[in-house]
Each structure stands twice: as C-alpha cells, then as structure tokens.
Ligand binder design. Structure first.
Ligand SMILES: Nc1ncnc2c1ncn2[C@@H]1O[C@H](COP(=O)(O)OP(=O)(O)OP(=O)(O)O)[C@@H](O)[C@H]1O
Ligand SMILES: [Mg+2]
Length: 421
C-alpha cells in the first residue's frame, strides 16, 4: 500500500439505509461529504412528478415529506436478491427496471465523489454483505453479479468486492495498539454481518490479510426488519391488522405486510390492491381499522408512516416510551410504543442474530471466552437489547465502538488503496 499519495480507487459502501464513499488520502479522513456536511447519503430516490427529475438522499426525503407528487424509493439494496429485481416499476409514467434504479443511485454516488475529488475514478472496491440472501448460494451469486454489472455499466473498469464486516475491521484496526482477537458485528438496515479477525498495529500495512480473517458470517436481518416488526406489533393493529371477517377468518395480511416493509410500500398503492381493500371492507366485522388503512393508502402516506415507526424505534434506543401522532389519519389517534413492546417484537430476530454469532465462532473453532474485543458498528447496533444480547455471549470481550455510519466506507477506502495503489 502506497501511503504517500492519494489512492487511485474509491471505496463505496452502498447501504440499505445509508451510503458512503471513501477515498484514501494521506493525513485526511477518508469519507467524502456527499450531502452538505454529511458523509452519508441516505439510500433514497424520489422521482418528483412535477419537475420530472430524480432527487437523492435527505433532499429526496424532504421533498416527499413536503408533499410533492412523486414516487419515493427506499431500501433499494433489499431488491438485490429479491424476486422484484427482475421486474419493473412505473416511474414518471414509464416502466423502469428495478435494476436501473440501483444504477441511478450508485451513479449519483460516483458523480458526487468525482465532483468532490476533482477527478474521475475507474476503479472501485464495493462493500458487500457476507450474504445478500440466506441459504441460497445461487440467488446470492446473482445478487452479487447484478451489483457488479451495475458498477461496470456506470463506467468503473475495475470492480471488486470486500465483505462489509472485514472493511469495518480495517477501520477499527487504525486504532488498535496490540494484537487482539476481535468479533466485528455490523448491524445495518438490511443485514447483520460478522467477522472474526486478528488485528494488530504491525499488520496494518500488509497487502495480504487472508490469514488474519478467521471467519465471516451473517444473517439477512437489519434495522428495516426491526421497523417491520415494530409496525406489525405496535401500529398495524390500529389499521385493521388482525381484524375478523364476518366469516370469522382473519383479514388477509398482505396490505399490512406491504406497508410495513420499506421496499414494498408502493405495491400497497396499486389499483388492484386498493380495489381489493374496498371490496373487503363490507366483509369485516368492525371496519374502523380498514377505514384508516384506506385513508392511509389514499393519502399515499405509507412511507410517512414507516418513517414515524423508524423514528420511534430510534427514540426507544434512548428512552422507554414513544408516541406516534396519527392525527392526519384520524382526529386524536395515537400509537403508544414502549421498550417491552419493541423488544418483544424483535425477540425472534435477536435470537437469529445470536445464532449467527454462535455459528461463526464454532465454524472458526474459537470458544466464546477467547474473544478479546467486540466491535459494534452499523446504525442498528445502537439498539440496547441487541447490544446486551450479543455482548452476553462473550464473557471476556471488551466493548469497542466505531463510527456507526462510517466504519465500512473508511475501511473500504483503505482496502481500495491496498488493491489499486
Ligand atoms: N440510534 C439508533 N437506534 C436504533 N437504530 C438506529 C439508530 N440509528 C439508526 N438506526 C437504524 O440503523 C439502520 C441504518 O444503519 P446503517 O446506516 O448502518 O445501515 P446500512 O449500512 O445502510 O445497511 P446495510 O449495511 O444493512 O446494507 C436503520 O434501520 C436505522 O433505523
Ligand atoms: Mg452497512
């Protein structure tokens, strides 16, 4: 690694919720300020119908919330590895393949980075989760190949991957002062990724680090799944989730599931779905909930509601109780969410995350007591129940903290400098 001049290549962390771009330069922090002073660009596109142009990041969220007509897309990365990837969506009146949406967003990252750096880049190290798709190697490889093809199409001539939790390890290694056996736990918006690594100050400059990586692993669970469960347990019951039909069956759940899942919200607005809801109304014993659901979809407020749920989840990291004001749906309507409700909602997900860590350690042949350090990164690593649940597995580990939103991008920049000079 040549450490005396700026690197030739970028590191891009295309995240489910937030993205960053790192460019390694001597004596400077690697992350570029992509939106005003912020190093993160939220992974969001808004197609504004009036102005017929896409906008990105915080600006996209602001235009949607200001009530501009248009289509909002979040959690684009969740499309990789999903069946939707092969389909199209309607944007500004024309059909657009979902994979082109990924291209739009990543191209915007490239464009902003090049404007800030004052040069073009032809080489990139892209971060990737350890698994895009759980337990399906073919779908997983397809997701990775799609991302590669998208990056090539944008003009990157050389594109390679690094696992996100390995990139985080390289970022953390900048601060270690002695050899440590470290479990890296990156809980983002879409995936939980782990790596078990041996880190040491004198190893930093080495080009080959394969021997220091004892194991990598992950599960397809992240903060967007926490949002979904919190919504289903704490909010959707107000919108008829779990309502009885006159036949005594439960109301079908697809509308609620679509609205509680970031990347399927727009499906709830489809004409067919709306018609089905209207028809169903007369078969429901108490239509209070479904009437609210109809108002919500008529207002195209699915993303708005999901944002309220996500904000409440984040507030519950600091405080025991959070209220969501649903006045715009019905006068006086609120959803009161508290920590026990949230923790109950995500308990099954936390068990799977712990299971992923156990599996990784056993695959590496390392006992839980041997881990010296537990390094948390990713926005969802803030959730107290999650931290306690993972920390409880490792009796001798010291807790270390990175920048929850920047470690992966910084580590990818270091890796890009190693690979491409
Ligand atoms: N203080 C907090 N408490 C709990 N969750 C939080 C907090 N801050 C952010 N989050 C959640 O963190 C997630 C985003 O984290 P991050 O930016 O690391 O994800 P990402 O890198 O985009 O996703 P991935 O790596 O899985 O593709 C969101 O689900 C967000 O709601
Ligand atoms: Mg991430």
């Amino acid at each position: 690694m040549n450490s005396s001049r700026p690197a030739n290549a970028l590191g891009i962390d295309f995240g489910t919720s937030n993205s960053t771009v790192g460019w390694w330069r001597p004596g400077a922090e690697p992350l570029l300020a992509l939106e005003d002073d912020n190093v993160t660009l939220p992974s969001v596109i808004f197609f504004n119908t009036e102005e017929r142009r896409p906008v990105y990041g915080r600006q996209a969220l602001a235009e949607y919330l200001d009530g501009y007509e248009g289509r909002l897309m979040r959690a684009l990365k969740s499309l990789l590895g999903s069946k939707l990837l092969k389909s199209e969506t309607t944007v500004l009146g024309s059909a657009l393949p979902f994979r082109d949406l990924l291209g739009f967003f990543i191209s915007e990252l490239k464009r902003r980075a090049e404007a800030l750096a004052g040069r073009e880049f032809e080489q990139v190290v892209l971060g990737r989760p350890v698994y895009f798709v759980d337990d399906d190697p073919t779908a997983d490889a397809e997701a990775a190949n799609t991302l590669l093809a998208v990056a090539h199409k944008l003009g990157f001539k050389e594109v390679s991957f690094q696992f996100e939790p390995i990139a985080a390890a390289f970022d953390y290694e900048r601060t270690v002062t002695r050899e440590e056996l470290v479990l890296i736990v990156d809980i983002g918006g879409g995936t939980s990724d782990f790596s078990l690594v041996r880190l040491a100050p004198e190893r930093r400059e080495l080009d080959q680090r394969q021997d220091d990586i004892l194991a990598t692993g992950g599960v397809h669970i992240g903060g967007t799944d926490f949002d979904k469960q919190l919504s289903l347990d704490g909010v959707m019951p107000l919108f008829g989730y779990g309502s009885r039909m006159k036949s005594d069956a439960l109301m079908p759940t697809s509308h609620h599931l679509n609205l509680a899942t970031w990347h399927t919200i727009n499906a709830a607005y489809a004409q067919k779905a709306q018609l089905a809801l209207k028809n169903m109304r007369y078969d429901i014993v108490d239509p209070t909930g479904i009437d609210r659901l109809l108002r919500l979809t008529e207002q195209r407020a699915g993303h708005w509601l999901a944002m309220q749920v996500e904000e409440a989840k984040i507030a519950l990291t600091e405080q025991p109780l959070q209220r969501i004001d649903l006045e715009r749906i019905e006068a006086g309507l609120v959803a009161d969410l508290d920590r026990p409700l949230f923790e109950g909602a995500i308990d099954g997900l936390l068990q799977r995350i712990r299971g992923g860590v156990d599996e990784l350690l056993s695959r590496a042949g390392i006992r839980h007591e041997q881990v010296d350090t537990l390094f948390f990164t990713g926005g969802s690593s803030g959730v107290p129940a999650l931290r306690n649940s993972v920390a409880g597995l490792l009796p001798n580990a010291r807790l270390a903290e990175g920048n929850n939103f920047g470690s992966i991008g910084s580590g990818l920049a270091i890796e890009a400098a190693r690979r491409y000079g």
